[in-house]
Design a binder for this molecule. Structure first.
Ligand code: NDP
Length: 328
């Protein structure tokens, strides 16, 4: 038997979240069974747990897009018993039972070996958010954004992806401007490596198709008018990555920045990213995040805390990352 956060759909269509004790026999099919040490609480998990977004596509569901744990039963020779692994995305918590439980069963193709340089907690503190931030940084680099070209903006900077993006970019020598609705967290953002803090209200309303050129690059976590304004403010030839929708899923923009300034909009998806890209991202995360940054960004909570924390996260009250300890 194992403990899990279980989501069920009520007759009125609402989501009911509870802590349940489940039997291993209820786990979905998969070549590898994992004893989970840590999961995390991401924006997508919070949407699923609170029922605020159409994340869950099969009921009942165990949410949790991240897990870090140890293989305890395996039909795959590449990942024998005792291998420490990470799983991010692949539809966990949406179509397949996810990481907010003490056990999971998944296809072997979803596993990434945990880098030796990291503890299980380290890997969880990074989780999908840090891995998505790294995919965003890699996309900026792939499209040629260099540290000497000018400031790079990060939006949703006090969130999980944003906090890691600020730290990763600063460590690589970029001048990072951090956009946030919580300007009172200025010192936290400067501590992560930002040089300027931007009030997100200056970006969140409808703006002109082309605006004063400011950014050599940007990592956007929020979408909607903010993403449109960032594109309109990006310098000639600059690059904007888009991974999130915390402000909204819409993109009320014009083509002007793309056809008149050669701006590139690069999409970032962590869920179905190819394995080679995942491995490169995790290798770099092991090299480029240090303990002080991880401890500054993440804190630990229990499975029992998850439901309340999910509501707080949707209200924008959670800073950085929440690691969920599943060992007891
Ligand atoms: P968090 O909830 O940790 O952070 C989101 C941040 O967005 C908040 O902390 C807040 O930052 C900002 N924000 C919230 N509401 C608004 C608003 N109305 N307008 C502008 N900014 C807002 O989430 P994550 O960092 O985990 O994820 C960020 C986004 O990226 C989410 O939309 C998530 O779904 C998406 N995502 C996508 C992935 C992919 O594969 N494409 C993978 C991971 C995440 P502040 O307080 O600093 O303003």
């Amino acid at each position: 038997m194992f403990k899990a956060l279980l989501l069920q759909k009520a007759d009125d269509g609402s989501t009911q979240a509870s802590i349940a004790t489940l039997d291993e026999a209820q786990l979905p099919a998969g070549e590898v069974e994992i004893e989970i040490a840590y999961s995390t609480l991401n924006y997508k998990d919070a949407l699923a747990i609170t029922g605020r977004g159409p994340v869950v596509r099969q009921w009942p569901m165990v949410p949790g897009i991240d897990l870090v744990g140890t293989v305890v039963r395996s039909d795959n020779s590449e990942f024998p018993n005792g291998t420490d692994v990470i799983v991010n995305g692949h539809g966990m918590g949406e179509l397949h039972w996810g990481g907010l439980a003490q056990k999971a069963r998944v296809p072997a193709g979803w596993l990434t070996r945990k880098p030796d340089a990291m503890s299980a907690w380290d890997a969880a503190s990074i989780g999908t958010a840090g891995y998505t931030a790294m995919l965003s940084v890699m996309a900026l680099e792939r499209h040629g954004v260099r540290a000497d070209q000018g400031p790079v903006l990060v939006t949703g900077a006090n969130g999980g992806v944003g906090s890691f993006a600020v730290a990763l970019l600063a460590r690589r020598g970029y001048e990072v401007h951090a956009s946030t609705g919580r300007v009172e967290e200025r010192d936290r953002l400067l501590g992560l490596g930002a040089t300027e803090v931007v009030d997100r209200a200056t970006l969140s309303e409808s703006g002109k198709p082309l605006q004063k050129e400011k950014w050599a690059g940007a990592v956007d976590c929020v979408g909607s008018h903010t993403l449109a304004n960032i594109c309109a403010q990006t310098r000639y030839g600059g690059v904007v990555t888009a991974c999130g929708l915390a402000q909204g899923m819409d993109f009320p923009a014009t083509v002007a920045p793309f056809i008149l300034r050669g701006v590139t909009l690069a999409g970032v998806d962590s869920v179905y990213a190819p394995q080679a890209l995942r491995e490169e991202a995790w290798k770099r995360l092991a090299e480029e995040t240090d303990a002080s940054v991880r401890e500054q960004i993440a804190y630990t909570a229990s499975l029992e805390d998850c439901i309340e924390l999910a509501h707080q996260l949707i209200r924008g009250e959670v800073k950085g990352r929440v690691v969920i300890d599943l060992r007891k």
